[in-house]
Ligand binder design. Sequence first.
Ligand code: NAD
Length: 375
Amino acid sequence: MIKEQYAVAIVGCGGMGGGHAIAIASGTGNAIWNTNAAQGTFWKGNMHTDIANKLRLAGVYDIDPVRQQWAAERGFHNYDSFEAILADEAVDIVLIATPNHLHHEEAIASLRAGKHVLCEKPVTPTSGELDEIIRVAKETGRVFYPRQNRRWDEDYLISKKIYDENLVGQVFNIQCHVQGSRGIPGDWRGMKAYGGGMMLDWGVHLLDRLLIMIPEKIKKVFCSLTHIKNDEVDDGFKMHMTFESGLTADIEVGTCHFLRLPLWVIAGNNGSAHIDNWSCEGKMARLKSWDDKDASPILAGAGLTKTMAPRQENSVEILPLPSVEFDNNELYSNLVDTINGTAAQIVTNEQALRVLKLMEAAFKSAKEGIVVNFE
Ligand code: NAD
């Protein structure tokens, strides 16, 4: 049955769940907030389709009285328990925003109660758990939707455009470096039993986007984890992947970097692109001609080099990064359209499963110190 508007109940009303609550209750899909859990602008896009006609907030449930109070102060209905959400016939969609280890059990219970599910990333810490959810979603005929929202990040969409449109020629290497200096957060993210660690936290976003950007098989994976401030889970990692065509990608997440590398480095056979930061400052250098006969050697450290001498201005042009248009509410909208059967699911469960399997290959590589063949 197609509905005009679907009622959403959120389980886990912390930083992310609280943001969703404000975004959905406001009808804008956007939340500018300043709370105990987090502060800032929830997300930014250059197009915002209204979601008020698609979703409404039925209420939230959080075990923490502080978060219950936070919700009450904003006029949100507090459910007494997770079971109360499942028992509420008015609820169509359960939005899961609890710590990672709870997603599997909550998703299955929600689907079995006849609810659709929008689940925060990583949908589950292991691929086996997601396999089971997919089976139950099929059995119950309900939609399970992984919230891989960073496919709508401006820096990613610019990188994808550079790759798709060969703006620096044929790309042979892509690097994405996400670096901070505050260590892994001291909450559940630092604990294995809660599905903590930076691979499951940021890695899941970066790998999801990379696999969408490069529609190829991956042949080899090599990964090393860091444990600079946390022995229990990875507080960062470096991962090198070789795709079928020979293209390579390097993904790095670090939490102990006091100076940052560019967010993206894209190398093509006709140019290079750097995106320096999340404000999308950066540039492209594009080759005008391989010939650069006037190049003379430069001093490089204690020796001379001609190979690494900078190019003359007439053989390369410096260009601004391309711009992109995107709608940050597309994921919310697509969830509803998927439920209504009027659109195909953009973030599919099979894609989420492939990412989880790739992370498992990365963990195996890191543990055994080997290159892992993938797919
Ligand atoms: P958080 O710690 O701020 O919030 C989690 C909340 O869940 C807390 O308020 C906690 O009290 C509550 N909770 C714990 N156990 C519960 C239970 N059994 N029943 C009900 N509530 C319970 O964490 P967060 O940063 O909001 O992360 C939550 C989820 O959102 C995680 O899966 C995380 O990976 C994801 N997340 C996604 C993004 C994104 O960009 N998509 C960003 C941040 C977090």
